[in-house]
Design a protein around this ligand. Structure first.
Ligand code: GLY
Ligand code: MN
Ligand code: MN
Length: 501
C-alpha cells in the first residue's frame, strides 16, 4: 500500500486539537510536529494541503432507528449501578500482520448501548450530580484535523486513508448522545474520583488508565449485567434477527445453486458464495462459516473449508449473515450434494429432524431453558438404542450420557448480537432459567459418526448431520425465524431440485 510510516499510532498519544490550536503549535512547521513523523513533507506542500477543502458537515441527519431503544437500555444500566462511573469501549483495531488490520467489529456491549460501531469509541455513564441517574457521553475520534496534516498523513486514522468519520456533532444527532473527543478520555478517567467499572477485553489503553481504580470482580459484574440484559430482545432486535435470517436463507439458496462449481473446486467455493451474500446484504458473517462436506461434517467447527465436495456426500453448512446492525443468524442445513439422500443418510437425517421437532416444541414461555435440550437428546438416544449402537434402555443411556459419543454438543444457545449471545449470563438466569417471550435461541441437534469410529457399522462412518433453526419465544409458543428454509428430507430434496433445475 505504500503507506506513510509512523512511529506511533496510539490515539491517546496524538496531540489534541486544543494543543494544536495553541500559538506555540501553530508556529511550528508541520514537519517538526509529532517528533519528526512527517519528514518528507515540505512546508509548501503542508500549507497547500491545509486549505481548499469544502465544508462537508452534514446538518440534516435523523437519529438512527435504534436510538430510542438504546436510551432505554442505558437507563436500565444506569439504574443497576447508581453512583458509579461505567465505561463501555467499542474496542480498537487489531493487527493482522505488520501494518494491516482485521476488519473492525465494535464490541457487542457498546453496539447494544449506543447503536454506534465506530472503532475507538467509548460510552461513559457518569453519575449525574445530585445522585440522580447518569449522564451518558460518547467519546469518539473527531474528524481528521486538516491543519496538522493527519487527514492525509496518518495511515491509521487519517480520513484520506480510512474514510470520512462523522463529526462529533453529526454523531450526536445520529445517536442521540452528547459526543466528546476520545483522545481526552484516558486522562479524564485518570483524574476522576469515585467508583468506576469498565467492560474489559476491548480497550487495553483505557484499562491501563483505570488500573488503580477497578477490580476484576466488579468489572465482571458489569459484563454479566450487560449479558443478561440482552436475554430478552426488544422489537428492534427481533426485526434485525429476522433480517439476518432472511439474508441467510438467500445465502443458502446461493450455495445450492453453485454446488456444481463447489464440486469442481472445494468447500471454499461454498464459503465464498455465502460470504458474498453476507457482505452485500449485511456487515459480515456472524461467525466463520462451517462448510463441511463428507466426513468433515463430523467436525463440529470445521472452518478450514478446504476439502473436496463430492456427489454422494452430505454437505453440512452452518452459516449466518450478520446485519449491518450486527445481529446474526445461525442456521445449519445438511444437504445431499447430488440432491438426493442415500438410505443411510436419510435415516440419520430423519432422526435428527425428529429430535429437532421435539426440541422446537419445547420452546415456549414458562418452559425451563433445559427442556428443549432434554427433549431432543431423548429422541436421539432412542434412535441410537433402536439402531443397536448403544445398549438400552433409553433412561440408562440418558442418565449416563452415553448418547453424547455421537451428539457431542448442547442443543442450542441464545442468539443476538453475538452468535452465542448472553454467554456470561449467570447459570440461574440462562442455563437454569425459564424461557420468556422475546428470547431467541437456536435449536440444533446433531448426530456425528466419526470416520474412525469402530463402534458403529461402516455405513454410518463419516456421516454428520445437524439441523439448526433460530427460534423466537412468543407469548403463546414460538416462531421459527428460519422457516424459510426446508427441514424435512423430502422438502430439502424438492427445494434443491427446484433451485438447480
Ligand atoms: N455456528 C455455531 C453454532 O452453531 O453454535
Ligand atoms: Mn448455533
Ligand atoms: Mn451454527
Amino acid at each position: 500500500m505504500g503507506e506513510v510510516q509512523f512511529e506511533e499510532d496510539d490515539v491517546t498519544e496524538e496531540p489534541t486539537p486544543d494543543a494544536l490550536e495553541t500559538p506555540e503549535a501553530e508556529e511550528q512547521p508541520i514537519k517538526q510536529r509529532k517528533n519528526g513523523l512527517y519528514p518528507d513533507v515540505s512546508a509548501e506542500l503542508a500549507d497547500n494541503m491545509q486549505s481548499g477543502w469544502a465544508d462537508t458537515e452534514l446538518h440534516d441527519l435523523e437519529p438512527i432507528a435504534q436510538a430510542a431503544h438504546t436510551a432505554r437500555r442505558r437507563a436500565a444500566l444506569s439504574a443497576r449501578f447508581p453512583g458509579e462511573r461505567l465505561v463501555i469501549p467499542a474496542g480498537n483495531l487489531r493487527t493482522r500482520s505488520n501494518d494491516t488490520e482485521y476488519r473492525f467489529r465494535a464490541s457487542t456491549e457498546y453496539a447494544y448501548l449506543t447503536g454506534d460501531q465506530t472503532e475507538n469509541g467509548v460510552l461513559v455513564l457518569e453519575p449525574a450530580p445530585g445522585g440522580d441517574g447518569h449522564t451518558a457521553t460518547l467519546y469518539l475520534l473527531p474528524r481528521s484535523n486538516r491543519e496538522n496534516g493527519e487527514f492525509w498523513l496518518d495511515g491509521s486514522h487519517g480520513e484520506l486513508w480510512v474514510g470520512r468519520r462523522h463529526s462529533l456533532s453529526e454523531a450526536e444527532r445520529l445517536l442521540g448522545l452528547p459526543a466528546r473527543d476520545v483522545r481526552k478520555l484516558a486522562d479524564e478517567l485518570k483524574a476522576a474520583t469515585g467508583p468506576v467499572r469498565i467492560v474489559r477485553g476491548h480497550d487495553a489503553a483505557l484499562e491501563a488508565a483505570l488500573t488503580d481504580k477497578v477490580t476484576g470482580e466488579r468489572d465482571e459484574e458489569l459484563r454479566v449485567f450487560l449479558s443478561e440484559q440482552r436475554l430478552v430482545k426488544d422489537a428492534f432486535e427481533i426485526g434485525q434477527l429476522q433480517a439476518a435470517v432472511d439474508s441467510t436463507v438467500r445465502g443458502f439458496e446461493d450455495v445450492v445453486k453453485v454446488l456444481d462449481k463447489a464440486e469442481a473446486t472445494s468447500e471454499r467455493y461454498i464459503e465464498g458464495t455465502f460470504f458474498l451474500r453476507a457482505r452485500v446484504e449485511g456487515n459480515d458473517v456472524g461467525y466463520g462459516s462451517i462448510c463441511a462436506s463428507g466426513p468433515h461434517a463430523t467436525t463440529l467447527h470445521w472452518v478450514r473449508n478446504d476439502g473436496p465436495v463430492r456427489s454422494g456426500d452430505l454437505l453440512l453448512l452452518d452459516a449466518g449473515v450478520e446485519t449491518t446492525t450486527l445481529y446474526t443468524a445461525d442456521v445449519t442445513r445438511t444437504l445431499p450434494v447430488n440432491g438426493t439422500f442415500s438410505p443411510i443418510q436419510r435415516t440419520i437425517y430423519e432422526a435428527v429432524y425428529e429430535a429437532q421437532e421435539a426440541g422446537i416444541a419445547a420452546v415456549k414461555p414458562g418452559a425451563k431453558y433445559r427442556d428443549f435440550h432434554d427433549a431432543a437428546q431423548r429422541v436421539l438416544a432412542t434412535k441410537l438404542v433402536e439402531w443397536g449402537l448403544v445398549e438400552g434402555p433409553v433412561e440408562r443411556v440418558l442418565e449416563l450420557g452415553l448418547q453424547r459419543r455421537w451428539t457431542l454438543h448442547g442443543t442450542g444457545h441464545m442468539l443476538g448480537l453475538d452468535v452465542h449471545d448472553c454467554a456470561v449470563a449467570r447459570t440461574e438466569t440462562y442455563v437454569e432459567g425459564t424461557l420468556e417471550p422475546g428470547m431467541c435461541l437456536t435449536v440444533e441437534p446433531g448426530l456425528y459418526f466419526q470416520a474412525d469410529d469402530l463402534t458403529v457399522p461402516e455405513e454410518y462412518r463419516g456421516i454428520g448431520v445437524r439441523i439448526e433453526d433460530d427460534i423466537l419465544v412468543t407469548e403463546d409458543g414460538n416462531r421459527n425465524l428460519s422457516a424459510g428454509l426446508p427441514r424435512t428430507a423430502d422438502d430439502v430434496e424438492a427445494w434443491m431440485a427446484r433451485l438447480t433445475a
